[in-house]
Every structure is written in C-alpha cells, then in structure tokens.
Design a protein around this ligand. Structure first.
Ligand SMILES: [Zn+2]
Ligand SMILES: [Zn+2]
Ligand SMILES: [Zn+2]
Ligand SMILES: [Zn+2]
Length: 388
C-alpha cells in the first residue's frame, strides 16, 4: 500500500481532474479544520479516508486515483439546469449557515460577492466574478456552475443531485463518528468522545474508555520528555490524567527550557487546551493548576509555565478590581494580546460583568507582581495537597 502526503495527494488529484467538467477544488484534500467531525474527505459524494501513518495524516494513493478518475468521468450536462433558491442570498454576510447546508453556503458566498443584492446583476463583470471565485464547497467550485435567467438562479441538475448526496454522506459519516466503538452509545455532537489512536480517531464513551485502561499512577514521575520518548512507556496505555474520560495520546510535558519534565499522559483534546493556555481558559478547569504542578521543576521554583501567567494575573484582577460606578460585581478581564513577561507588564481591558455597556477601563500587572501572584497560587495548591 502506498501512502501519500496531503500535498502529494492534492497534486495527483489536480493532475487527474484538470479536464473534468465538474469544477473540482483539489485543495479540499489538504484542508484541515481544527475539529474534524470524522476522518474522511468528501469530493462531491466521493468519500476518501485519511489515515494516521508515521504520526501524520496520509492518504492511500489508490483511493486518490479512484476518486480522481470518478470526478473526471462525472457527466455534467450544462444545458439541463434547474432553478435553485439560495436563502442566504441578500442577507448579511456575517450569517454562517450549517456545515452541510449547501443552499445557505452558496447564498452566503453570493452575498459576500455583492452585499445587499438579492438578484443577480446581469453584467459581464458579475459573470467574471462568479468564474474567478475560489469559494468552494464539497470539493467543488459552485459559483462557476451558476447561471441566472428570468430572475432565477440556475444550477446543472446533476450538480444539485450531487450536492444533495454530498450532504447525506457528510451527515451520515458525522453521525457514525459519534457512536461509541465498544457499546454503541451515541455521543454528543462534535468532538468530545473522539480520540486519536492508531490510524485515526476512535470514538469511545467515558465508561468504555475507563473500562479498558488503567489510571496513570506516576510511573514516569521526575522523568523528562526525552527520556519518555526513548522508553518503552506509551501514553496510550493510560487514561488521560486530566479529564479521565479518554485514552491518552501524548506524554504531556512542561515546556519551560530548564524543566522538560513529564506531567502525565494526556488526550489530544486536553493537550491542545493546555497549549493554548488563557485563550482556552485552561486554568479554569478543575484541577488544572494541580495538574501543571506535576512538573518537579515548577514545584521547586514555585512557578507555572510562562504562557499561563496572563491567565493567573487576570484572575487576580477579577478578584480585586472593583471600579464599576453602579455595582461591586467582579469585572470581565480580557488580556491585551501579545503580553510578554520578559518585555514588561501584562495589560488587560476590564468591563463590568453586570453592566458591560459602562465604559471599560484598563489595568496592568508588572512582571514581578505577576510572578508573586503565580507563586501565591502555587503555594496555595501545594498547601491544599499536603493537607489532604
Ligand atoms: Zn461505550
Ligand atoms: Zn483529556
Ligand atoms: Zn515546569
Ligand atoms: Zn456594574
């Protein structure tokens, strides 16, 4: 079996579909969204599966060839057209339709091209703008197949049928990806039960995840990430140390240059929120600060990794700052982006949580004060631990 990188798969698909009647967008193959609902890419109604191989997403060459040939053969009679209603058209461009709602998606593409216009301008420039549009849907360029006559939008019948089949397949794959692999329970929509394992994502409910896997019990305490990678210990042999609901995927470690200690096995979801720090409100999760202190370096220095300072100092401001003229509710504290402890104070914008229309104010926390606040938090967590 021959694997292709996404870039190589895109190049092959471009080559195979260059003469296709259907306006194919081969970039669909390399697109990655933050949270994929399933491990497949759809090109029209053709389903191509992605696999994890050697730590990266890959495609099987044979699958790409088959998809390319099928797309190149797709017959599209441009004279057999049907009228289509795009209910997004003419509404505000900010309105984002559901993912598989292709009529809404095309409607919003159109209103982005000509904001505020619900009917088509019949100019040559307008036709050219449809043709040059790179907005794609289901791996195709819908606007390039669009025409307009007698006040109606028209699309080739075969293309409308293709998009309907695309929607069905997409929804079916998403629904199947929600089902626990072991007990068949239906999970929440989205991502929560899915975890990277082997050649792709696997869906397991919290009970089934916990049933087959031991909790981590400090087997790698005091070890560095480098040591863990070279050892025979696999994070995937344990439950995630933080959420306890999914199989772990990585040895999470402290990135402070002089620390690098393993904190525990984490699932991909928990690992991502830790890395994004304040943006993902990581420290607001139960046990998050305690978890970070599994780094012996952080415990010794009475400190946390740098990228959590802004959140800790911000939480301190929320507890202490009271400047609303109408009440004493805690303010909403938003860090000013780009805060860097090595270059000066952390800056925040504050608004009253109860009266958000009142004038916002700003506050800043000098670097040494931020360090002191973090140390206080660490001391409190450690004292609480020893009292248990
Ligand atoms: Zn289950
Ligand atoms: Zn987790
Ligand atoms: Zn550390
Ligand atoms: Zn107020």
């Amino acid at each position: 079996m021959s694997y292709l990188t996404p870039a190589a798969a895109q190049a092959l698909l471009t080559e195979l579909t260059c003469d296709a009647q259907l306006a194919v967008d081969p970039r669909e193959i390399t697109r990655s969204r933050r949270f994929e609902p399933h491990d497949h890419v759809l090109l029209g109604d053709i389903v191509v599966r992605r696999f994890r191989h050697g730590g990266r997403w890959k495609y099987i060459e044979q699958d790409i060839r088959q998809a390319g040939h099928a797309l190149a053969r797709f017959g599209l009679d441009l004279h057999d057209v049907v009228p289509v209603q795009f209910y997004g058209a003419g509404t505000s461009a900010g309105l984002r339709p559901e993912r598989t709602d292709w009529r809404g998606a095309i409607g919003s593409y159109l209103s982005d091209l000509a904001p505020g216009q619900s009917t088509a301008p019949a100019s040559l420039a307008w036709t050219a703008s449809l043709w040059s549009s790179t907005r794609s849907l289901a791996g195709t360029f819908p606007l390039r197949l669009l025409s307009h006559a007698d006040g109606q939008w028209l699309l080739p019948r075969a293309y409308v049928e293709l998009l309907d089949r695309w929607r069905e397949r997409e929804e079916d794959l998403t629904a199947r990806a929600r089902i626990c692999k072991d007990c068949g329970a239906q999970g929440p929509s989205g991502y929560e039960w899915r975890t990277l394992e082997g050649t792709g994502y696997v869906t397991r409910c919290p009970a089934c995840s916990a049933a087959g896997l031991p909790h981590y019990a400090d087997q790698l305490a005091g070890r560095t990430y480098k040591w863990a990678k070279q050892s025979a210990h696999r994070a995937a042999e344990y439950l995630c140390r933080l959420c306890g609901a999914r199989r772990a995927y990585v040895w999470d470690h402290c990135h402070q240059p002089t620390h690098q200690y393993v904190r525990g096995p984490l699932c991909t979801s928990c690992n991502t929120t830790e890395g994004r720090g304040p943006e993902a409100a990581f420290l607001q999760r139960d046990g998050a600060a305690r978890y970070l202190l599994h780094c012996p370096g952080c415990r010794r220095d009475r400190s946390l990794p740098d990228h959590h300072y802004a959140a800790v100092a911000g939480a301190h401001l929320a507890q202490t700052e009271r400047r609303c003229r109408l009440c004493t509710a805690p303010p909403t504290v938003t860090p000013v982006p780009g805060a860097d402890l090595t270059r000066g104070p952390l800056r925040y914008t504050l608004t009253c949580s109860r009266h958000p229309w009142e004038t916002p104010w700003t506050a800043s926390v000098p670097a040494d004060q931020a360090r002191a606040i973090v140390t206080d938090l660490v001391e409190a967590v450690l004292a609480d631990d020893s009292a248990r």
